[in-house]
Write a protein that binds this ligand. Sequence first.
Ligand code: SF4
Length: 232
Amino acid sequence: MSYRRRLSAERRLLRSPPAKPLIVLSSNHKTGTSINLPVINCKPTRRCAAACYACVGPISWGNSIRKALAVDAVLRSGELEGLIWECRRLRDVRLNGSGDMTLEHVPALLELAQECPGTVLWGFTRRRQVAEAVNGKRRNLSLIVSFDTTSPAGELDGYDGPLAFGPRRPRDRVPDDRRIVTVFPEHRIGHTMRGVPFHPKDCPATRGAQRLMACARCRRCWRPFLAMGHKL
Ligand code: SF4
């Protein structure tokens, strides 16, 4: 499925009333559990849209898209009881397992982190403003800003938070930037695209068999400010 087709499917489904998901979290081979959102919230670069992981496999099937739209409605409405109950039982939850958040999701994120003090909420966003709105507000909540070689020049000027570089293709050079905590070679089902050179900050979950539950072993993105040398 292309990014454009996924976007059209979400827009079509949005015309019917949102379902109420019985279970809000989704399972994920790499991260354990995640909050999966629709791509209607995304602000993708050319590289990101071309590699979109939400357009491949079970996460792109109709039921997953319906669930992502329903979870999005839950966060926007602020009716978080079910989500809080699920998250409290877990050590960590990945945000934006698919899709992205906007500034409208920030109040729900802050409340979720406050109500689940024993759970680390972590993830990635393409929206610098969302990361700046949540980072430093709760001890157990952080977002890393993703960018790639097709991101607009100057987009990250003055931003002093953690970064993820990718999806990376064979000719993409990783900038020498202390803010980068992880690099994502473009990958499919945990296998790196042929020809992408190794980088010392590569995410271990992109290297074949190492991907299963890789985040629980690595945890670099759980405390990204520590990973880039800050103390929060
Ligand atoms: S760098 Fe580590 S914590 Fe971050 S996504 Fe990859 S495996 Fe998970």
